[in-house]
Design a protein around this ligand. Structure first.
Ligand code: UDP
Ligand code: MG
Length: 194
Protein backbone atom coordinates (compact mmCIF):
# COMPACT_ATOMS: atom_id res chain seq x y z
CA UNK A 1 0.00 0.00 0.00
CA UNK A 2 1.47 3.34 -1.03
CA UNK A 3 -1.00 5.81 0.35
CA UNK A 4 -3.64 5.96 3.10
CA UNK A 5 -6.07 8.85 3.18
CA UNK A 6 -7.41 9.50 6.70
CA UNK A 7 -10.69 11.40 6.56
CA UNK A 8 -12.70 12.28 9.71
CA UNK A 9 -16.43 12.61 9.05
CA UNK A 10 -18.98 14.33 11.22
CA UNK A 11 -22.30 14.94 9.48
CA UNK A 12 -20.95 15.34 5.95
CA UNK A 13 -23.66 13.46 4.04
CA UNK A 14 -23.90 16.28 1.47
CA UNK A 15 -20.19 16.10 0.66
CA UNK A 16 -19.17 12.45 0.68
CA UNK A 17 -20.16 11.30 -2.82
CA UNK A 18 -18.57 14.31 -4.51
CA UNK A 19 -15.47 13.96 -2.33
CA UNK A 20 -15.09 10.28 -3.26
CA UNK A 21 -15.46 11.21 -6.95
CA UNK A 22 -12.70 13.79 -6.55
CA UNK A 23 -10.46 11.26 -4.81
CA UNK A 24 -11.06 8.74 -7.58
CA UNK A 25 -10.25 11.17 -10.37
CA UNK A 26 -7.17 12.47 -8.53
CA UNK A 27 -5.66 9.09 -7.67
CA UNK A 28 -6.90 6.41 -10.06
CA UNK A 29 -4.67 7.71 -12.85
CA UNK A 30 -1.60 7.75 -10.58
CA UNK A 31 0.57 4.69 -10.17
CA UNK A 32 -0.34 4.46 -6.47
CA UNK A 33 -2.05 1.74 -4.43
CA UNK A 34 -4.27 3.69 -2.06
CA UNK A 35 -6.98 3.34 0.56
CA UNK A 36 -9.47 6.01 1.64
CA UNK A 37 -10.15 5.50 5.36
CA UNK A 38 -13.29 7.30 6.51
CA UNK A 39 -13.78 7.64 10.26
CA UNK A 40 -17.40 8.33 11.03
CA UNK A 41 -17.28 10.34 14.24
CA UNK A 42 -20.81 9.69 15.47
CA UNK A 43 -22.69 11.33 12.59
CA UNK A 44 -26.46 11.54 12.88
CA UNK A 45 -27.25 12.62 9.30
CA UNK A 46 -26.81 9.26 7.52
CA UNK A 47 -23.12 9.78 6.66
CA UNK A 48 -22.24 6.29 7.88
CA UNK A 49 -24.99 4.60 5.86
CA UNK A 50 -23.93 6.48 2.74
CA UNK A 51 -20.28 5.52 3.31
CA UNK A 52 -21.33 1.87 3.66
CA UNK A 53 -23.07 1.99 0.30
CA UNK A 54 -20.08 3.73 -1.30
CA UNK A 55 -17.81 1.04 0.13
CA UNK A 56 -19.90 -1.70 -1.46
CA UNK A 57 -19.05 -0.22 -4.87
CA UNK A 58 -15.45 0.81 -4.21
CA UNK A 59 -12.65 -1.40 -2.87
CA UNK A 60 -10.49 1.57 -2.00
CA UNK A 61 -12.81 2.56 0.85
CA UNK A 62 -12.28 1.49 4.47
CA UNK A 63 -14.70 2.50 7.17
CA UNK A 64 -14.38 3.04 10.92
CA UNK A 65 -17.38 4.02 13.00
CA UNK A 66 -17.36 5.65 16.44
CA UNK A 67 -20.27 4.96 18.80
CA UNK A 68 -20.59 8.67 19.50
CA UNK A 69 -18.89 11.95 18.62
CA UNK A 70 -15.31 11.85 19.97
CA UNK A 71 -13.85 14.73 17.95
CA UNK A 72 -11.38 15.13 15.14
CA UNK A 73 -8.28 14.20 17.19
CA UNK A 74 -9.69 10.77 18.09
CA UNK A 75 -10.75 10.27 14.48
CA UNK A 76 -7.23 10.99 13.21
CA UNK A 77 -5.76 8.63 15.85
CA UNK A 78 -8.09 5.79 14.80
CA UNK A 79 -7.25 6.36 11.13
CA UNK A 80 -3.51 6.39 11.88
CA UNK A 81 -3.81 3.07 13.76
CA UNK A 82 -5.56 1.50 10.79
CA UNK A 83 -3.45 3.00 8.00
CA UNK A 84 -1.38 0.58 5.91
CA UNK A 85 0.23 3.06 3.54
CA UNK A 86 3.87 3.99 3.28
CA UNK A 87 2.51 7.55 3.23
CA UNK A 88 -0.47 8.78 5.24
CA UNK A 89 -2.52 11.79 4.16
CA UNK A 90 -5.01 13.63 6.38
CA UNK A 91 -7.81 15.65 4.86
CA UNK A 92 -11.22 17.08 5.73
CA UNK A 93 -14.43 15.54 4.45
CA UNK A 94 -16.16 18.90 3.92
CA UNK A 95 -14.43 19.53 0.57
CA UNK A 96 -12.26 22.33 1.91
CA UNK A 97 -9.26 20.30 0.74
CA UNK A 98 -8.84 19.25 -2.89
CA UNK A 99 -7.73 15.64 -3.47
CA UNK A 100 -6.11 16.85 -6.70
CA UNK A 101 -3.39 18.35 -4.45
CA UNK A 102 -2.40 14.94 -3.04
CA UNK A 103 -0.01 14.03 -5.90
CA UNK A 104 1.84 17.31 -5.24
CA UNK A 105 2.37 16.27 -1.62
CA UNK A 106 3.61 12.85 -2.74
CA UNK A 107 6.01 14.44 -5.23
CA UNK A 108 7.35 16.67 -2.45
CA UNK A 109 7.99 13.83 0.05
CA UNK A 110 9.70 11.81 -2.66
CA UNK A 111 12.40 14.46 -2.91
CA UNK A 112 13.59 12.68 0.24
CA UNK A 113 14.54 15.60 2.49
CA UNK A 114 11.49 15.77 4.78
CA UNK A 115 9.07 13.58 6.77
CA UNK A 116 5.91 15.69 6.77
CA UNK A 117 4.46 17.84 3.97
CA UNK A 118 1.98 20.49 5.13
CA UNK A 119 -0.58 21.98 2.81
CA UNK A 120 -0.32 25.74 2.62
CA UNK A 121 -3.53 27.53 1.60
CA UNK A 122 -1.97 30.36 -0.37
CA UNK A 123 -5.34 31.80 -1.22
CA UNK A 124 -7.35 30.96 1.87
CA UNK A 125 -11.12 31.31 1.42
CA UNK A 126 -12.10 32.27 4.96
CA UNK A 127 -13.66 35.41 6.43
CA UNK A 128 -10.85 37.90 7.11
CA UNK A 129 -11.81 39.36 10.48
CA UNK A 130 -13.32 36.28 12.08
CA UNK A 131 -10.82 33.65 10.95
CA UNK A 132 -7.76 35.05 9.21
CA UNK A 133 -6.88 37.73 11.77
CA UNK A 134 -7.30 35.53 14.89
CA UNK A 135 -5.42 32.74 13.16
CA UNK A 136 -2.52 35.07 12.27
CA UNK A 137 -2.23 36.17 15.91
CA UNK A 138 -2.43 32.63 17.29
CA UNK A 139 0.00 31.31 14.67
CA UNK A 140 2.51 34.04 15.49
CA UNK A 141 2.38 33.19 19.20
CA UNK A 142 2.68 29.46 18.57
CA UNK A 143 5.56 29.91 16.12
CA UNK A 144 7.45 32.10 18.61
CA UNK A 145 6.95 29.73 21.54
CA UNK A 146 7.61 26.49 19.65
CA UNK A 147 10.16 27.61 17.08
CA UNK A 148 8.13 25.87 14.36
CA UNK A 149 7.53 28.36 11.55
CA UNK A 150 4.93 27.54 8.92
CA UNK A 151 2.95 29.79 6.59
CA UNK A 152 -0.22 27.85 7.39
CA UNK A 153 -0.44 25.56 10.40
CA UNK A 154 -4.20 25.04 10.20
CA UNK A 155 -4.56 23.25 6.88
CA UNK A 156 -5.76 19.66 7.43
CA UNK A 157 -4.26 18.48 4.16
CA UNK A 158 -0.93 16.95 5.13
CA UNK A 159 1.20 14.00 4.17
CA UNK A 160 3.30 11.98 6.63
CA UNK A 161 5.73 9.14 6.31
CA UNK A 162 4.09 6.19 8.07
CA UNK A 163 6.65 6.19 10.89
CA UNK A 164 5.67 9.76 11.78
CA UNK A 165 2.06 8.88 12.58
CA UNK A 166 3.24 5.87 14.61
CA UNK A 167 5.01 8.31 16.93
CA UNK A 168 2.07 10.66 17.37
CA UNK A 169 0.08 9.85 20.51
CA UNK A 170 -2.86 12.10 19.86
CA UNK A 171 -5.15 13.02 22.71
CA UNK A 172 -7.62 15.76 23.60
CA UNK A 173 -7.55 18.48 20.92
CA UNK A 174 -3.95 17.78 19.91
CA UNK A 175 -4.77 17.58 16.20
CA UNK A 176 -4.36 21.36 16.31
CA UNK A 177 -0.66 20.91 17.10
CA UNK A 178 0.25 18.10 14.73
CA UNK A 179 3.07 20.01 12.96
CA UNK A 180 4.63 21.03 16.29
CA UNK A 181 4.35 17.45 17.67
CA UNK A 182 6.08 16.12 14.55
CA UNK A 183 8.83 18.70 14.86
CA UNK A 184 9.36 17.95 18.58
CA UNK A 185 9.79 14.29 17.63
CA UNK A 186 12.62 15.28 15.32
CA UNK A 187 10.81 14.97 12.00
CA UNK A 188 11.45 17.49 9.22
CA UNK A 189 8.57 19.58 7.88
CA UNK A 190 8.02 20.99 4.42
CA UNK A 191 5.21 23.04 2.89
CA UNK A 192 3.51 22.85 -0.47
CA UNK A 193 0.97 25.40 -1.78
CA UNK A 194 -2.50 23.91 -2.16
N1 UDP B 1 -15.06 16.44 12.26
C1 UDP B 1 -15.07 15.28 13.01
N2 UDP B 1 -15.51 15.35 14.30
C2 UDP B 1 -15.95 16.51 14.87
C3 UDP B 1 -15.89 17.69 14.09
C4 UDP B 1 -15.44 17.63 12.79
O1 UDP B 1 -14.71 14.21 12.53
O2 UDP B 1 -16.36 16.49 16.04
C5 UDP B 1 -14.60 16.38 10.86
C6 UDP B 1 -15.45 17.14 9.86
O3 UDP B 1 -16.48 16.33 9.31
C7 UDP B 1 -14.43 17.54 8.80
C8 UDP B 1 -13.16 17.76 9.62
O4 UDP B 1 -13.33 17.01 10.82
O5 UDP B 1 -14.20 16.49 7.89
C9 UDP B 1 -12.91 19.23 9.92
O6 UDP B 1 -14.01 19.76 10.61
P1 UDP B 1 -14.52 21.23 10.36
O7 UDP B 1 -14.77 21.45 8.91
O8 UDP B 1 -15.67 21.45 11.30
O9 UDP B 1 -13.27 22.08 10.85
P2 UDP B 1 -12.77 23.50 10.30
O10 UDP B 1 -12.77 23.42 8.79
O11 UDP B 1 -13.71 24.48 10.82
O12 UDP B 1 -11.38 23.59 10.87
MG1 MG C 1 -14.06 22.61 7.50
Amino acid sequence: MDLSLVIPVYNEVENLSALMDEITSALDGQDLAYEAIFIDDGSSDGSYELLESLREQNDHIALIRFRRNYGQTAAFAAGFDYAHGKYVVTMDADRQNDPADVPKLVARIELGDCDVVNGWRENRQDPYVMRKVPSKIANGLIATTTGVHLHDRGCSLRLFRHEVVEELNLDGEMHRFIPELCSFNGFKLAEVPV
